[in-house]
Design a protein around this ligand. Structure first.
Ligand SMILES: Nc1ncnc2c1ncn2[C@@H]1O[C@H](COP(=O)(O)OP(=O)(O)OP(=O)(O)O)[C@@H](O)[C@H]1O
Length: 391
């Protein structure tokens, strides 16, 4: 394992005091970047789990592999860990080719969805396991274990057997066990998927803070787009072993590369384009002005960009040419900070549904059955290709 001690504060590596020196930080950066070139994985029997994957993960980055079941996320993670060999391509960590390096010689640790803890052992012994295997002296080991148990807020339960703990507590132990070895890269395969919503969002925050504090590179696997958006510096969206898009959460959500990514990010306002003339497109909800010069087969309108007013109200921006359609509220979901409206729209024979998400500013809410005027800025009409292979 490369020498690194990103938060070697007087209180130990898991102290909240940051004391990384510039040279330590750049050494850490160098040691934990990941590069994949032309990675392909074909399992015996001809299942191609990954096509030609090219990917650069920056050191210190929280990088998420996002995609539906079977898209190749776990295969990619196992390859980074050295648990699976690529059929073709090369993989390097910290600039060193590790394609043929066995798992125990990589500075990589993995937290799997199944915690892989020893149920009959205590929290202390479970956390200490990796350090013991490395031959660390007892006194030093003991100090580190106590420190990290405090850090994951399980200090008071350190001597309790793991089979007497809750799922969330076990998850923290699995995390502590991986973190304590201070790998340059931590791989996390759906580590929060078994937890209830409250605990899950609490651990999301803790995990993110930990990663930022320790400056490690995290490669995180999830099929939950909201979790990916909350946590990641960048996201790679995968489908059928092919990377569809790599970008920041904002880029992937606001500018999906294609129809697959748009759908996977939860977008519903997707309207096929039957014809285009200059900057106007014909769709089932009428002819729309757009500012997007890209060719596209489908128009995406994000739900939070719809402007809703009462019929007859002045335009939200009188000086500007906005797209305008009349709709009726068919459902309303009140969520406190925002309100989701399901709207129906009739254009000739064509009936369509739209979703609007309006931030709740305390104004009067529309009711089911109300007629509403919907205005859409031309810059919010986004062209999508349906080419799912155009990464
Ligand atoms: N050992 C194996 N032998 C043959 N095919 C496999 C093997 N492991 C995975 N696959 C196949 O490879 C593809 C990718 O699987 P992988 O486990 O990487 O997907 P995933 O995105 O992690 O899915 P999930 O979210 O369900 O865990 C799937 O079609 C899967 O059936």
């Amino acid at each position: 394992m490369a020498e690194r001690s990103p938060t070697a504060a007087p209180g130990g590596p898991f102290s909240s005091v940051e004391s990384t020196t510039g040279s330590e930080a750049s050494a850490a950066r160098e040691a934990s970047s990941i590069s994949l070139k032309g990675i392909r994985k074909e399992y015996p029997g001809g299942v191609v789990a990954l096509e030609s994957v090219d990917l650069n993960i920056r050191a210190g980055e929280f990088f998420t592999l996002l995609g539906p079941s079977g898209c190749g996320k776990t295969t990619l993670l196992r390859m980074l860990a050295g648990l699976d060999e690529p059929s073709a391509g090369t993989l390097s960590i910290g600039g060193v080719d590790v394609t043929d390096t066995p798992p125990h010689k990589r500075s990589v640790n993995t937290v799997f969805q199944s915690y892989a803890l020893f149920p009959h052992l205590s929290v202390r012994d479970n956390i200490a396991f990796g350090l013991k295997m490395r031959g660390m002296a007892r006194a030093e080991r003991e100090q580190k274990v106590v420190e990290i148990a405090e850090f994951i807020k399980l200090g008071s339960l350190i001597d309790r057997r793991v089979d007497q703990l809750s799922g969330g507590q076990r998850q923290r132990i699995a995390l502590a066990r991986a973190l304590i070895c201070e790998p340059d890269v931590l791989l996390l395969d759906e580590p929060l998927s078994a937890l209830d919503a409250g605990l899950r969002s609490q651990l999301q925050v803790e995990l993110l803070r930990t990663q930022k504090r320790l400056g490690m590179t995290f490669v995180f696997v999830t099929h939950d787009q909201e979790e990916a958006m909350v946590m990641s510096d960048r996201i790679a969206v995968l489908n059928d072993g092919i990377i569809q898009q790599i970008g920041s959460p904002q880029e992937v959500y606001e500018r999906p590369a294609n129809l697959f990514v748009a759908r996977f990010m939860g977008h519903d306002n997707l309207f096929p384009i039957s014809a285009r003339e200059g900057m106007t497109v014909k769709t089932p909800i009428g002819t729309l002005e757009t500012e997007d010069k890209n060719e596209g087969r489908v128009a995406l309108i994000r739900p939070e960009t719809l402007e809703l007013t009462a019929p007859g109200a002045p335009s939200v921006e009188p000086g500007k040419q906005l797209n305008m359609l009349m709709c009726r509220v068919v459902e309303r979901f009140y969520r406190g900070s925002n309100v989701e409206y399901r709207l129906s729209h009739q254009h000739g024979e064509q009936h369509s549904e739209l979703i609007a998400e309006i931030s709740n500013t305390g104004d009067r809410l529309f009711r089911v059955g109300d007629e509403v005027k919907v205005e859409i800025y031309p810059e919010d009409v986004i062209m999508l290709s349906d080419d799912e292979e155009g990464a």
